[in-house]
Write a protein that binds this ligand. Sequence first.
Ligand code: UDX
Length: 475
Amino acid sequence: MRVERKQSVVLVPFLLQGHLTPMLQLGSLLHSQGFSVIVAHTPHNAPNYSNHPQFVFHSMDDGLQGIDMSFPSLVHINCMNKNCKEPLRNYLVSMMEEEGDQLACIIYDNIMFFVDDVATQLRLPSIVLRTYSAAYLHSMLTILQQPEKYFPFEDSQLLDPLPELHPLRFKDIPITTVNNTVQAPLLEFSRSMSDIGSSVATIWNTMQDLENSLLLRLQEHYKVPFFPIGPFHKMVPVASSTSILQEDNSCIDWLDRQAPNSVLYVSLGSLVRIDDKELIETAWGLANSDQPFLWVIRPGSVYGFQCAEALPDGYEEMVGERGRIVKWAPQKQVLAHPAVAGFFTHCGWNSTLESILEEVPLICRPFLADQPVNARYLSQIYKAGFELEAIERTVIEKTIRKLMLSEEGKDVKKRVVDMKQNIVAAMQIDGTSHKNLNDLVDFISALPSRLALPMPVVGAIMSSNHIASKCIIES
Ligand code: UDX
């Protein structure tokens, strides 16, 4: 039963789908625990308010109107972090005046690192949300401590192991490189993202049972309470749609017509783009595998093409009823469908958790950020999937058959079922995620009210001139 707490929390998500979803899910979790939830978001990819009538929404002007933010650059992200300071500060100040001491804290996606400055100035407690695995942040921090040890590297080193980051290799370093070296602005951004400033805690969409030793190591570094309360999408009492793109539900009818445990689901998430060569190799790999498949080709996800027109001529007619291509799928429903037997994925953290919780083993084709780390852990440590060794039609065909038809594939399926059972145990009343959620609720409820702290800060902030520092980008 929901206990009304009279306290509110402000959430600041980052605009990409893979970040927005866990923040809104966290909002639902906190709302179910009695908090009022206010979501302060940027205009691009604004959440659909009608899907979350229980939240209050506030749109902050990020000064980036007219800019294509489907794959935001560092310049855009840094600009957003600069431009949102004043709107957020003004909004919080007016809220604080109206709500008195009921505003408990502000929770922000670590890419929106400007929030820490604003919270510190207003003497408002802030908490960081980590939307990815502990393994990713651990590898990132290790590299940031001594970047010269990793960069630059030679092509010949790509498959060399990094023993201190086992099971990663140079190839899996989760920081994008140019000519095998890292650019200074990206290092700086990675530091800002991993830093917590004066935030008082971090919340994780992961599970203690899965990543305990890495979480402990990270906690030693950050020295604030950690609340791993994942998997969010299963912890929420009622799931609301968080999708930015329109889901094509007709693929569920198609799945209904397929045999149980027969379909490969293919999706590379909300951000990744591939070239037409990779699209064609994937297309033939899928066709030649002879397995039914449901393939998401997101508009704009193939360089130089709008959508699926980059496919070989007559491809869809050739695969016929055995293949179904959509622009965007209701992914959680797809993975939960009894017809689905495998997931060809980029290994985004949301997709990873969604797949495991539906007992669907994976073929890992990672691209950037946390994806290579997730892929290595999935294939080498958890043994819940196979890594795709090369983007070639014969390799793709072979890997699909291995996952769907072989004894090795059955072993991988067993490992996924075991993983799921451990995660489900964490969600039970006496499980770690459940207990950590209760601790988080107590922690937020007991945070000191800012009214106990000096107040002149508010006046000083209102009168200072922030307009001069606004970052402007031509569209
Ligand atoms: C990005 C990064 O790529 C990822 O590595 C990081 O962990 C989070 O940010 P994204 O590409 O969006 O994530 O991948 P992922 O984290 O897997 O999130 C994708 C979300 O979109 C999932 O929740 C998935 O269910 C949803 N989705 C995807 C759909 O609803 N329909 C689709 O057709 C495809």
